[in-house]
Design a protein around this ligand. Structure first.
Ligand SMILES: NC(=[NH2+])NCCC[C@H](N)C(=O)O
Ligand SMILES: O=C(O)CCC(=O)C(=O)O
Ligand SMILES: [Fe+2]
Length: 340
């Protein structure tokens, strides 16, 4: 893991910057604030910017951990029972810190079909989801995955800011650079012979009755595209880029076994076994902002027991792209963040 440790001075300067921005704008997801977030990120301490730039450009690791930010445990309030509903502004400081770090790596984006199109997601236990394969599950392991693996516009980085983690639950990950795969296997995995279906966080059953402010017609189009990807998924490669340091996309739990292509499946099984063998973990503590490189690694989470008492584990999540333009056809304006 590539780690950026904030010094006492960094912390003070970041706190001042966050306070200044919030003074002028109030809510961290206000459009006029987001329009300028990249500019403010340039006012992060130079050492932090330099380290983040190194991580982004040279790809020395599968993830970048910003550590040392202080969460205000009283101000953030109780861990919510659901991501929906009206949101208090208690996490404004923390949200803004996450957005500033994100903006050193790229542009924050949101999904119309996930958590009501919100830019910042809540990751915490939801009653009834205990054994699902969704971020709000608890008693079942969240099987490792590429975030939104099925989606052509999936994020380059997934940012997770820990607000609470009282039982030291482990976030799992593995980096493709660490895998032992022979050339022939890599070649096969780079061919369009695989099927990835949408995960359940994008399905209408998890829509939560809230669609943000997008027109209904547009929302229907978004959900029918996900449905189309479910009923008629294309064949895609699971590795791409440089065969010697490949990028990847996979979410085995939502992928098909193709009986008509045993060779592709055998290569895939070797790939999955290597990831299982190399899977390691990190325990996020309050204030840690982990940016998983969603092209170079997979991540997941070990099971744990929910409390449902307002003190549960709680993360804030953001998707980050290095290429906003590649999704232009499915966003309503050049500077819009929501992908439909
Ligand atoms: N293997 C999996 N469980 N894949 C889905 C991962 C979780 C999903 N991205 C979510 O936000 O809930
Ligand atoms: O809870 C975690 O540590 C990771 C969850 C996850 O995979 C996600 O929210 O994308
Ligand atoms: Fe994830």
């Amino acid at each position: 893991m590539f780690t950026i440790e904030l010094s006492e001075d960094d912390r003070r300067r970041i706190d001042d910057l966050v306070a200044e921005i919030l003074d002028g704008h109030g809510r961290p997801d206000a459009p006029e604030l987001l329009d300028r977030i990249t500019v403010w990120a340039q006012e992060m301490p130079r050492a932090v910017r330099t380290a983040a730039n190194h991580f982004r450009l040279h790809e020395p690791a599968g993830g970048c951990l910003f550590t040392g930010f202080r969460v205000d445990d009283d101000a953030i309030g109780d861990t919510p029972a659901h991501w929906g509903g009206a949101r208090a502004n208690g996490t404004a400081r923390e949200d803004l810190f996450l957005l500033l770090c994100a903006s050193l790596l790229g542009d924050p984006i949101a999904w119309a079909t996930q958590q009501g199109g919100r830019l910042l997601h809540d990751v915490m236990p939801i009653k009834g989801h205990e054994s699902e394969q969704i971020n709000s599950s608890t008693s079942a392991p969240l099987w490792w995955h590429t975030e939104d693996a099925f989606h052509p516009c999936r994020a380059h980085y997934v940012g997770l800011l820990c607000l609470r983690n009282p039982d030291a639950v482990e976030t799992t990950y593995a980096v493709f650079d660490d895998l032992d795969l022979d050339e022939e296997t890599v070649r096969t995995l780079m061919e369009p012979r695989y099927v990835i279906r949408p995960d359940e966080s994008h399905l209408p059953k998890n829509r939560g009755g809230q669609d943000g402010d997008a027109p209904r017609e547009l929302m229907e189009r978004s959900f029918s595209w996900v449905e189309e990807m479910n009923s008629n998924p294309p064949l895609i490669p699971v590795l791409f880029g440089d065969p010697k340091a490949p990028y990847g996309r996979l979410d085995p739990y939502f992928m098909d076994r193709r009986d008509d292509d045993p060779e592709a499946m055998a290569a895939f099984d070797r790939f999955v076994k290597e990831i299982d063998d190399k899977l390691t973990s990190v325990v996020l503590k309050p204030g840690d902002a982990l940016f998983i490189d969603n092209y170079k690694s997979v991540h997941g989470r070990k099971p744990y027991a929910a409390r449902y008492d307002g003190r549960d584990r709680w993360l804030r999540r953001v998707n980050v792209t290095r290429d906003l333009r590649s999704s232009r056809a499915t966003r309503v304006a050049a500077g819009a963040r929501v992908i439909h």
